[in-house]
Design a protein around this ligand. Structure first.
Ligand code: F6P
Length: 341
């Protein structure tokens, strides 16, 4: 059995831990393993390298992906599918393990229609993949955001300011919600629940009346005010999966707060810091378990499925139940978060 391994889409901190697990498990099963460089792009343009135990030595604590990544969509590339099929034949590849988010796994699912045998591993800091409680990279991103909130707290307190932290989260507000709870944010704004400025300002005013002269707001990049159709975008350019670059809600919010109140407001964009750094213990162990299980799934012929973490158990879930739709935050948890301001 010869397995190809690729990592696609936006990166995160614990992908290398998953690569290491896939390689070590595959070799221990007597399988051969070939690394595809920079996601689906590498399979289209034939950029591959064999992987050995030595290739994954000392990488568990290293952020990013040793294989590289891209947002390449072979179904939007001329001869993309034909090239994939011929490169699979050329290298004698029997099955593919794809580590990534909805776009990467969506391509794997589509390839099943052409007889390609794929198994997925969930990796996205947004944690918005259905089927799995957690995706690789999310825990580390939340730790980064929580650390930022802790730091913003002290300076907000000193200056009597409102601090707005804009975090990633395109269609689901997992990073904002979980870091907001852990970091004691006073207002949490997420894509799932449109907000009004009145609500936001009233919470800030209530704090001031209670002699709390500062406030912390954490907002997902994809959040929007009630009644506004479009999310805030950096520009109109779309990636090969049709996504525009989000961003700007934090600045807008800060300007509105300063205009409508007497409170000085500052904005921090956490941006790609959320995607880098040393992975947390939780992420390393999650990546290790999911990566090794993906190899088991291949051994069992469990294709067109993704390795998922559900209630502490690693299970196999059909792609049909996963790709194409977003896993939203738990709204009960969001309600709970509103207790604290
Ligand atoms: O896909 C995850 C994500 O982190 C989104 O939250 C964000 O909108 C996007 O990636 C940004 O990605 P990039 O800057 O790599 O295009």
């Amino acid at each position: 059995m010869r397995i190809a391994l690729l990592t696609g889409g936006g990166d995160s901190s614990a992908i290398n831990a998953a690569i290491r697990a896939v390689v070590c498990k595959a070799l221990s099963e007597g399988f051969e393993i070939i690394g595809i460089k920079r996601g689906w792009r590498g399979l289209v343009y034939d950029e591959v390298e064999p992987l050995f135990r030595g290739s994954v030595s000392g990488i568990i604590q290293r952020g990013g992906t040793i294989l590289g990544t891209s947002r390449h969509n072979p179904f939007k590339t001329e001869s993309g599918l034909e090239n994939i099929m011929s490169n699979l034949r050329k290298h004698g590849i029997d099955a593919i393990i794809a580590i990534g988010g909805d776009d990467t796994n969506g391509v794997a699912h589509r390839l099943a229609e052409y007889g390609v045998k794929c198994v997925g591993v969930p990796q996205t800091i947004d944690n918005d993949l259905r089927g799995t409680d957690y995706s690789i990279g999310f825990d580390t991103a939340v730790a980064v955001a929580t650390d930022a909130l802790d730091k913003l707290h002290t300076t907000a307190f000193s200056h009597h300011r409102i601090m707005v932290l804009e975090v990633m989260g395109r269609d689901a507000g997992w990073i904002a919600l979980i870091s907001g709870i852990a970091g004691g944010a006073d207002v949490i704004l997420i894509p799932e629940v449109p907000f009004t400025l009145e609500e936001v300002i009233s919470r800030i005013e209530k704090r001031h009346k209670a002699n709390k002269h500062f406030s912390i707001i954490v907002v997902s990049e994809g959040a929007k005010p009630a009644g506004q159709e479009e999310q805030f975008v950096q520009d109109q350019k779309k990636d090969p999966f049709g996504h525009v670059r989000l961003g700007g809600i934090g600045n807008w919010l800060a300007a509105q707060i300063e205009e409508k109140t007497a409170y000085e407001t500052r904005v921090t964009h956490l941006g790609h810091l959320q995607r880098g750094g040393v992975p947390t213990v939780t992420d390393r162990v999650l990546a290790t378990r999911l990566g090794a299980y993906a190899v088991d799934m291949i051994g069992q012929g469990d294709f067109d499925h993704m390795a998922c973490m559900r209630s502490g158990e690693v299970v196999s879930v059909p792609y049909d139940e996963i790709v194409g739709e977003v896993k939203n935050v738990d709204l009960k948890l969001y309600e709970l978060s509103k207790l604290f301001f």
